[in-house]
Each structure stands twice: as C-alpha cells, then as structure tokens.
Design a protein around this ligand. Sequence first.
Ligand SMILES: C[S@@+](CC[C@H](N)C(=O)[O-])C[C@H]1O[C@@H](n2cnc3c(N)ncnc32)[C@H](O)[C@@H]1O
Length: 245
Amino acid sequence: MSSSDSAFSQFKKWVRRGVLDPLEQRRSRALLSEFTHAFRSGLVTDAESIQKLRRGWGNEAYSADADYIGEVLSRAKTCDGPILECGSGVTTLVAALACEKSGLSVWSLEQDEGWAATVEERLRALEIKNAKILYAPLKNYGNYVWYDVSRLQLPTRFALALCDGPAVFSNWGDAYLRWRYGLLPVLNSKGVSLGEILLDDADEPRAAELIGNWCKEYSLQHSMVESANGACALFRSVGKPNGNV
Ligand SMILES: C[S@@+](CC[C@H](N)C(=O)[O-])C[C@H]1O[C@@H](n2cnc3c(N)ncnc32)[C@H](O)[C@@H]1O
C-alpha cells in the first residue's frame, strides 16, 4: 500500500469515528459559525479570516489553500448561474455563502460517502440551504477515473466549475496520471456545459499534461493564478461566443 493509499484509509476511519474529539468539535463549530455570521453580516472576509476558517474546518492537509479559497469567494460572488464543485469541504461552505444572496446553488460531487455525510451535517448546522452534496463514487472510464454521474440529474449549464477533486490515488494504476481529466469528457457526454473552470493544485506534477490536453481537445485558453501557497488555473473557451466550455 502506498503512503497516499494509507492516508486515504486513515481518512476514512477518521471520518467514521466522528472526525474530531469533542473539544475540537466545539472549537471548530464556533469558528465556522463566527465566519458564517460575519459573512452574512457583510463584514469583510480578509485573508486572515479565511485562514482561521480553514483551521476551524479542521482538515488542513486536504483543504484548498487560503488563496484558492479567496478565488472561490470572489468568483462565486459574481456568478450568473449554478456552480459545480468537484471535491467537497470548506470550499463548499465558502462558495455557497458567496452566492446565498443571489439565490444560486452549489452542486458538489463527493466520492467518499462518509465525507459527504460530514460535510452535509456541517452545512446543515450553519443553515446553508443552497448547497447539495452529491455522493458519486469514482468510476473507471477506460484510461481515467472520475465521478459516476450516470444517476444524477444535473443542470445543463454551470456558470463555474470548481475543480479540487476527485482525489485520485495510485491504486487506480495508469488512471492515476490522468488525474482530474474526466471533468470535460464526462460532462460533455452528459450534455452539461461549463462557463469557467477553476482548477486547484495546478502546480502538482500531473497538472501540466491535463492542462495541455484540456486546452487542445476542448479549445480552451487558461491563465495561471500563482501565490505563495501554490497555483490554480482558470479556463475559458476560445471557440464559443458565450464562453461555454
Ligand atoms: C482536495 S479534497 C477537496 C477539498 C475541498 N475542496 C476543500 O477545500 O475542503 C478532494 C477529495 O479528497 C478527499 N479527502 C478529503 N479529506 C481527505 C483526507 N484527509 N484524506 C484523504 N482524502 C481526503 C475527499 O473525497 C475530497 O472530495
């Protein structure tokens, strides 16, 4: 078993055991509720409060970094349609809060049933009503793996896709290297279009090939958003007048 596979099985045990000890849980709930309240009251959510939120969420090794969360916040605020998220967590909370006033929803695909239940419970406790966590286990599509969305009813257009998942570990063999490639072929074959895509971890070793393939095969252009914590990439279509991918 590789170290990433063993990290994943530890994660599953951790989720099933209830995630955090009771004291940590209380502290975490207080931080999440403080951020949610500040956001809803229109108070500025600066980099420091995003860092605090991230700590309060309590899954720092797997949560997006504060700069990516900041990008999610500003893009979701100006969105003109529903948001698709791949990989739920603290970003689901932030995206849902950012578009709460506009009445738009976040549809978040989650590969792990236990984690889906944990995220759902946290959102319910904060009275977030505009996010749906969709449990969708990973499926082998040939030379890549992605969420099995065959049974899901999805909108035909998302204004924004937040791509911070799936987590593809080395137990998937060659598909490991294809990483998050499945977003475009799977949604295309389901007749779902995307306005923009924000890909997290755009500096990880598997990203360069994925970025090249998406741009070539789907006529996309991308720009990198770099920060001290890492990089993400923003994709838009060059071929279609409405910018849909
Ligand atoms: C990068 S994480 C998504 C994080 C989410 N966007 C956020 O910012 O909180 C991608 C996937 O990894 C899985 N995951 C989350 N925490 C994990 C952990 N501690 N260990 C292993 N896998 C984890 C979940 O299935 C999740 O959808």
